[in-house]
Design a protein around this ligand. Sequence first.
Ligand code: PXG
Length: 479
Amino acid sequence: MNAVLKSAAGADRSTREWQAADAAHYLHPFTDFKALADKGSRVIAQAGNIYLWDSEGHRLLDAMSGLWCVNVGYGRKELIEAATRQLTDLPFYNSFFQTATKPAIELAELLSEVTPPQFKHVFFSGSGSEGNDTVVRMVRRYWDVLGQPERTVIISRHNAYHGSTMAGASLGGMSGMHAQGGLPIPGITHIGQPFWFELGQGTHSAPLAPDAERASRDDFGLKAAGWLEAKIIEVGADKVAAFIGEPVQGAGGVIVPPETYWPEIQRICDKYGILLVSDEVICGFGRTGHWFGCERFGFRPDLMTFAKGVTSGYIPLGGVMVGERIARVLIEQGGEFNHGYTYSGHPVACAVALENIRVIQREGLVEKVRDVLGPYLAEQFAALASHPLVGEVQTCGLMGAVQIVQDKATARSFDSNLEVGMLCRSHCFANGLIMRAVGDRMIIAPPLVITRDQIDDMMALIRRCLDLTLADVLRNGWI
Ligand code: PXG
């Protein structure tokens, strides 16, 4: 690996030179440009399996799968060959003017097999954000075609992440994003999130026994779903087009909803005839131990956004699965739908997605996460709960969260200005582990090909970094 690395790391430039060129020309997403230019970015040079190597040759265990996407792991020859074959045969053609390409047709067919039975059609985009823009266009078009054009409002949730385009960021519930650029756009409104630790457990002054905690979570799930009904009544049911949610909120901090939440959301959507949209950009393609998160939580969406894991991130692709309730209306009564992207159904992206899904099928990765790896991760995370800094642990399939708290007994958080999560994240980087901090919530979503031994290695690193963070916190007198 090292010999290859040297050339990939660029024998012609040192890390400092890469960083200088980066700082001079490259504006990174979600980044304080000046702060990064002063510090210098970490240049990632090479990858294999679940590991990355930076330009200095340091190995990192990538417990975030790139950015929640490299489900089949790095360096998969099958995907590389599929891309190469398609680049050779037909690198690009569009599907706008009554044309199609073979990989796009085949992928549409395969997606209708691996998604829940209500899905027989797909609309392709280039990313998750674009997919959610399509959702907004499509639900409004649907109601318009049905003669209810006043049904335009889409209800989403605080602390949701649905992308960074105007519609994606508006659907999302990130206040920092809304504060820049006059968002949300009209016709999008938000309700509270089903985050028991923050919004539900505050009603208890001390940690609960397991049975009492389960009951409290279940009650809170019904209460949080009830916020949807209250909002529908406030807006007026005849104005509401759809509700959108991530089965598990990913970027918001791996917030696993109580089991009661999604069935109640489904009941409310059915009661008012409102479309239900599942944003499966993170939860799709095996992450939860099911093909899609809606199957894990027992609800039946009308639309499903996907991206990331559909190609394991090897090449950009996104899209929306369109349930028959909507597809039949748009096909039979809709006429022309004035919407689409140059790269809708890009043949190379579709060829990679086809091979990626076949790898997931061949290697039984979804079942492996459900039956072996997910339960094992849950067990390992449960053992972390006794750590002095840990207030809550949660997992769902191969996603996990560790909530760092100042006071275990009362679940009190640290002052956010202390940035304890970022401190922990720096220890992770320095110790060869990529783990994300969302405030003081540390999160992981490793590739689905991770082994039990590699989970053990990851857990040892997580524990070490929590210990190092605790030592800092004690040294600084923060507890
Ligand atoms: N929906 C969900 C649920 C997502 O997680 C998007 C839509 C947008 O996808 P694109 O492909 O347009 O980025 C996402 C993306 C983070 C992080 O910090 C998460 C995402 C993107 C960037 C950062 O966890 N998720």
